[in-house]
Design a protein around this ligand. Structure first.
Ligand code: GUN
Length: 289
């Protein structure tokens, strides 16, 4: 078993990004500027947005964090989005999800200027991705395919089983892995909460992408020998032995699944850091276009 080390891979990509930014600045351009909008005080979202801001600092991007309380109205958030669309200083921005329940997520995503939508969540950009046209690829699926590429994992003709059909991960990673390119050319099966006899399908996977949000849901008896496992899940589990009071668990039961895997992503240190550098890559692209 070999680890698909997202942490180490992301550090290499950050080095490349830092070089590209300094070249850009030396040639007279402004540094890429990413803004992040965070509504509410969800602990996990705070951590993710904090990591995105920190990554910006590390590679020489400018970042702006716009933090608003959970009581923010849909109209107030739409106004923030409008201002970000019009702000010439900002190349790209994200609205961290999930949003409070009283805000219609689709309405917000639709209001984002697709040219600044470095998350790739606007329907126009999702359509462009599906049609293999130039666009911003959503950060987590983009991070997954870069990790497979970095480790030269063969994908052509492989059966990839994706567990979970979210707009952020399951659906887009399925689209990317079936494309006629590398990484891609997989035969993809998408499974979800209504799938019957899930284990009989996951056992057929050459590549398994677990993106369900249920800690340690995929167990060793659900995979075949030699499988390549990508664990997207990251759930906080109460653990009083930790200083923070919690530990992080993936969607995969690491001990039993890793014993049968050829490659597997750890949690943390797998997909998470790759998501962040992918967002940085999209922001650099936005600054150049
Ligand atoms: N929530 C979980 N993942 C993401 C992401 O990649 N982007 C945004 N905006 N919100 C998220």
């Amino acid at each position: 078993m070999e680890l698909l080390d997202g942490k180490a891979t992301s550090l290499k990509i950050k080095d490349q990004l830092r070089d590209e930014v300094s070249q850009l600045v030396q040639s007279g351009h402004r540094s890429p500027h990413l803004a992040a909008v965070l509504v509410g005080d969800d602990g996990a979202s705070l951590t993710y947005v904090g990591a995105k801001v920190k990554a910006c600092e590390e590679i020489g991007f400018v970042s702006t964090l716009i933090q608003r309380p959970a009581s923010t109205t849909e109209d107030e958030l739409l106004q923030i989005v409008k201002e970000l669309n019009e702000n010439q200083d900002i190349h790209g921005y994200i609205v961290q999800l999930p949003l409070p329940k009283h805000i219609n997520e689709q309405k917000i995503l639709l209001a984002i200027d697709p040219k600044k939508d470095v998350d790739g969540f606007h329907p126009e950009n999702v359509g462009r991705m599906a049609l293999n046209l130039p666009t911003y690829l959503p950060a987590t699926p983009y991070g997954i395919i870069q990790l497979l590429e970095f480790y030269n994992i063969p994908t052509e003709g492989k059966h990839c089983v994706v567990v979970g059909r979210s707009n952020i991960v399951g659906l887009p990673v399925s689209i990317l892995l079936q494309r006629n390119s590398y990484p891609g050319n997989c035969t993809v099966t998408i499974t979800h909460s209504r799938t019957k006899d899930l284990a009989s399908i996951t056992r057929q996977a050459d590549i398994l992408v677990a993106a369900i949000g249920k800690p340690e849901f995929i167990t060793g008896d659900m995979v075949k020998d030699g499988v390549v496992v990508v664990d997207v899940g990251i759930t906080r589990i109460k653990d009083d032995s930790k200083k923070s009071g919690f530990r992080l668990a993936g969607d995969v039961h690491f001990e039993s699944v890793s014993a049968k895997s050829s490659y597997i992503t750890p949690v943390p240190g797998g997909v998470g850091p790759m998501t962040i550098v992918s967002l940085m890559k999209n922001t650099l692209l936005a600054a150049k276009s």
